[in-house]
Design a protein around this ligand. Structure first.
Ligand SMILES: C[S@@+](CC[C@H](N)C(=O)[O-])C[C@H]1O[C@@H](n2cnc3c(N)ncnc32)[C@H](O)[C@@H]1O
Length: 218
């Protein structure tokens, strides 16, 4: 699994077109995730927001957040590749209340809660064959209780395509809907990306109650 990510980096370097395609897709995902973060900030105006970036890679999301402005006051990145973790530690060493941990999401459990948990690009590459769906479910089951407001994850959508590239993990709308609705009544699924990507947001009830003013707990 780890070697796949190392190899993918090497292959990507030789293929400018692929890099461009991936860069555009990554930016669109960051935009969508950032808009969810902004939405959360809007409804929590009086304090900073904490964020867990599960599978943080080289910290691309944090770069995007910092470039576009957000009230992320505490950031924690987790990745199982030590190269990524040490690169992030170097890159963000002056950023206050920012930390990185080397850990495999399959075995790691957070010790504290975060307002927002982001899992971007982790559920998109399948290394486990039939076990990958279970990995996704277990990860959501484990992490969702540690989010105070919203958990966001990206995926490759098969809702509108009839081909599958090897190594990629595809989910259609109904699978994603079930993944979310089994865990919360408050969800949002965004599938308007040209690259057949999707972003799902699972809200804890309180946030939605604040948003719609019911005052009731979900
Ligand atoms: C496609 S990259 C996305 C990186 C980052 N989330 C971003 O938005 O730029 C996926 C990342 O997830 C990490 N990853 C995949 N499976 C993981 C696991 N089980 N535990 C920890 N990290 C994992 C990989 O090492 C890689 O850095």
């Amino acid at each position: 699994m780890k070697s796949w990510y190392r190899k993918a980096l090497e292959v990507g370097r030789d293929d400018a077109e692929k890099i461009n395609y991936v860069a555009i897709a990554a930016k669109q995902l960051y935009q969508a995730i950032h808009s969810v973060i902004e939405d959360v900030c809007l409804y929590q105006p009086y304090r900073g927001i904490s964020l867990l970036d599960a599978g943080c890679g080289l910290g691309g999301l944090l770069d995007y957040i910092d470039a576009h402005g957000s009230r992320i006051s505490r950031y924690r990145g987790v990745d199982f590749l030590p190269e990524y973790v040490s690169a992030c530690r170097r890159k963000f060493r002056y950023r206050p209340d920012t930390s990185f941990k080397e850990a495999d999401l399959e075995y790691w459990t957070p010790r504290e809660k975060y307002d927002i948990i982001v899992i971007n690009g982790v559920f998109t590459n399948n290394f486990k064959g039939n076990g990958f769906g279970k990995f996704i479910e277990n990860t959501l089951d484990k992490l969702f209780p540690f989010c105070e407001i919203a958990l966001v994850f990206s995926y490759i959508s098969s809702s509108f395509i009839d081909y599958h590239l090897p190594g990629r993990y595809y989910m259609d709308f109904s699978t994603v809907y079930k993944l979310c609705s089994d865990r919360t009544r408050f969800l949002r699924i965004i599938e308007d990306f040209p690259q057949y990507l999707g972003v799902a947001v699972m809200y804890q009830g309180d946030h939605v109650a604040i948003r719609y003013g019911s005052g009731k707990k979900g």
